[in-house]
Every structure is written in C-alpha cells, then in structure tokens.
Design a protein around this ligand. Sequence first.
Ligand code: A3P
Length: 321
Amino acid sequence: KYLREEGLTQECRELISSLPTEKGWVANFLHKYQGFWHTTRQLQAVLTCQNHFQAQDSDIFLVTTPKSGTTWLKAIVFALMNRVRYPNFKNHPLLAENPHVLVPFLELGLYIDSQIADFTTINTTSPRLFGTHLPLVSLPDSVKNSGCKLVYLCRDPKDTFVSLWHFTNKLRIKDMGENSIEETFDKFCRGVSLYGPFWDHVLGYWKESLEKPQRVLFLKYEEMKEQPKVELMKLAKFLGCPFSSEEEQRNVMDDILKLCSFDSLSNLEVNKTGKLSSGEEYKAFFRRGEVGDAKNHLTPQMMEKMDKITREKLHGTGLMF
Ligand code: A3P
C-alpha cells in the first residue's frame, strides 16, 4: 500500500518493501532504515542525499532530532558565522527571513522528493551551513569522510516529545483529528518517532563528540537557555571564529542572542505569516520555547516512564538529562 506514493525512485520502492513499517504520526507510514524511522517522503530524500551530496571540508552541519531547538540553533550559527558580512543587527537577514530558509535542511529541503541540489544555482554562504536530522550512521559518505564540523543540539526527551506531539498535530489535516498524547507517547517510547529512536540518535553523536571533539560539538537546549553566552562562546571557538575583545566590548554576543531569542524571532512578521515551500507555517516552529513544559502535558507516571527509559538507555555513557 505504501508504495503507492508518487515520485519514488525504483531504489526507494525496492528498499521500502524490505523495511519494517509502522503507522506514522502525520504521514501514513514510517519505515525503519539504518536503525531509524522515516516517513516515505523523507526516506526518498535520505537516499537521494546519500547518493548525491558532496561535502566540502569547510561545511558546517547543524544536527538535531526534530523539536530539539533546530530553528534557534540555525539562527544563532547563521548570525555568528556571518557577523562580518551582516554586522548590523537592526537590519539583518534574520529579521526578514526564517532561519530554515537561511540555513536549509539537507534531506528535508535540498534533496526533498528525489530532487538533486544544484549548488551552482543555490545561494550559499561561506562556509556553507546546513541543517539535518540525519542520524550519524545515515550521513552521506562524503560528510563522514570530510573534515567538516558538526554541531549537535539535543533536548530533554520529555520536552522534545511534547513539542513533537504539538507540532505533528498542527501538521495533521483537519479531518484526521489530533493524535492522542497516550498513543504517540507509547510510540515515542518504543522509538517509533521521526528520526527515532530518540536515544539512539543522541547517543550516536554523543559518542562521536567524545571520540572526535574537534569534529563534533555536543550542546544541550537546557544549557543554552541557562547560560546562552557561555554556549555561544563555545560555538564560536569550536567553529574557528572566537569573539575578539573588541567584539566583547561592543556586546556582539548580546546582540546575536537578542536577535535570535524566542521573543524576537517569534514576533517577526515573517515568522507569523510565512511558510516553507513544503507547506509548514513558520509559526509552527515557535510555541513556548521553555524548559520543562512536559510537566504541563504528561502525567507523573508518563514522566517517570520516560525518565526510566532515558536512565536505562544512557546508563554508562556519561550523558544525562
Ligand atoms: P516548544 O514546542 O517546546 O515550544 P525545532 O526548531 O527543532 O523544530 O524545535 C522547536 C522547539 O524550539 C519549540 O519548542 C520552539 O518553541 C522552540 N524554539 C523555537 N525558537 C526558539 C528560540 N529562538 N529560542 C528557544 N526556543 C525556541
């Protein structure tokens, strides 16, 4: 049944028939490929990008699981890496365009629907910045074999789940009704979520960041909220463009953080009214932007269940939430 989707290559069709399949949260199906769950459309994009993307050593990849703070990270890194080109924070591309446009997604944007990105016509900044939700194992070989840097941002799974539940309900067409929180919670806990299992995704990059700290910087949403300046300095240093003392005196870090704050971005006209070419409204990417919102939606039993899974999965890895 799921092969009926249009626009799939022969390779993708054949692959799908050999993969485990489950009912999706929004799209009809999720398929488990290389250990992680993808919608049919996404799976096609993953294959196309694995087959065609050519990384450059100077590329920077911003990697997350969905709803871990991708939009925020994209905004911050765009402002950080382009602060010489765009020094005026009152007249900045981020005031006129959504971060997902300024920093495109690899598989969800540039390679969507078996489309092959043509970098001779795509306007990219230098260094090139890309967003991706791909798990470590599924990165294109050219990325694995290049010297490019990866910034991984993760978030407490309870808040990530609640954010994903809200987001996917917004994406469901009206006739479908909302997904119940119980049903999707069960799926998330079993690992059946977009780019899930959540814990495997996080651990892949966590281990890589321990083995190759020059290549992968591992950040947490909660720490970015708590000490944004410290994390921004870490980012700048990791990406090879630390703040000078002159910049510190001019409060450039504060300017970047203010420009990229939840209040600032979510109140911009473009983010209230615009939408991605794939149809998602920009406003769906801004909800509350707080730490700990899960407790307003999950029962104490659900919170405990998720914490228990997290403790078990992360046991002995040195990573904690
Ligand atoms: P909530 O649903 O908990 O509010 P992503 O960008 O990966 O899709 O993640 C979206 C989550 O990040 C949402 O979380 C959203 O509100 C939050 N978010 C978006 N922009 C943010 C910002 N500038 N600062 C902090 N959080 C932000």
